[in-house]
Write a protein that binds this ligand. Structure first.
Ligand SMILES: [Zn+2]
Length: 304
């Protein structure tokens, strides 16, 4: 009997130690990337048939993971007029997990990509099926572990045409802008040889640095801070994805992404290239950070 008790205790100890660290369904995460970056989605260009297929899949997943719509639909329609393309009906997909506070953290990832060129499909597995799938995994986690803040999950359209989905979201936000305490943006999480996931934006939001520092490395991925200094030129990522319109409005943000790689905006950015050990760990690091920020309301309420 004593032996059994000791054994139980020994088995329980590592579990107790891990209880603080949120976990995600790695198999489902990879499956979502595989589906979203399949040829059937035709590169998910805004306004295309492929985009509609991606939306249908994402809507199904939004319902499955337990996201609630604001009003009757998850869809937020808007118009895009860019140099490259006019899209009469672009579509953000927005859902939320209610918290005990009406103050909100907005998690974003764009699901659009660049479509097809010269008969080749640009599948955009890393850019950004990887970010949207991580968003779904985080939503699934918080549906089961009630957050303190209202957590809004927005799969954005039109990023590749000039951060259009993020701009439309902020022009027509589902909650008052003053309630939005933080934006966590994910764009390209799945390909990096060095096991490095960058967290960019702490330079502009130094109050968030301690919480990034608390996110402990996993076996295949660790956080590195940077790519947010104006003197870095093109290596300053401040204006390079959907977090930028949030930053412009004075909303604190952290952007998670990997450094450029040879598959970036190439037809070779497909599921085969996704690093199947790095990526789930990278997604788990972001989830860890969201949970920490949700638990630390005080620092988010602090406005300069
Ligand atoms: Zn992208």
């Amino acid at each position: 009997m004593k032996k059994i008790l000791t054994l139980c205790l020994l088995l329980a100890l590592p579990l107790l130690g891990m209880a603080q660290r949120p976990t995600l369904d790695r198999e489902q995460l990879l499956k979502d990337v595989e589906v979203l970056s399949a040829d059937a989605m035709q590169g998910r260009q805004s306004g295309s048939e492929g985009s509609k297929k991606a939306q249908a899949y994402l809507l199904k997943r939004f319902r499955q993971v337990g996201l609630k719509p604001f009003g009757e639909s998850y869809k937020q329609h808007f118009r895009i007029e860019s140099k490259r393309l006019t899209v009469e009906q672009a579509t953000n997909l927005v859902g939320y997990i209610p918290g005990s506070s009406e103050k909100a953290i907005v998690v974003t990832a764009h699901y659009d990509h660049v479509g097809q060129r010269d008969g080749q499909i640009y599948n955009g597995a890393d850019d950004n099926a990887s970010g949207v799938s991580a968003l779904l995994a985080a939503a699934a986690y918080f549906a089961q572990h009630k957050p303190t803040h209202t957590l809004i999950f927005a799969a954005l359209d039109g990023e590749e045409l000039g951060l259009q989905g993020a701009k439309a979201f902020l022009e027509n936000p589902p909650v008052p802008l003053q309630h939005i305490l933080l934006n966590v943006n994910m764009d390209m999480l799945s390909i990096n040889d060095k096991g490095e996931l960058y967290a960019s934006g702490a330079h502009h939001n130094p109050q968030l640095k301690p919480y990034l520092g608390q996110v402990k490395p996993l076996p295949h991925a660790k956080l590195v801070l940077g790519h947010d200094l104006p003197e870095q030129g093109h290596d300053d990522w401040t204006a390079q994805s959907d977090h930028y319109p949030f930053h412009r409005r004075g909303i604190p943000y952290i952007y998670f992404g990997v450094e450029d790689h040879p598959h970036y905006h190439q037809p070779t950015d497909d599921y085969a290239q996704v690093n199947k050990t790095f990526y789930p760990d990278a997604a788990a690091l972001v989830l860890d950070f969201i949970q920490r920020m949700d638990a630390n309301a005080a620092v988010l309420e602090m406005k300069e």
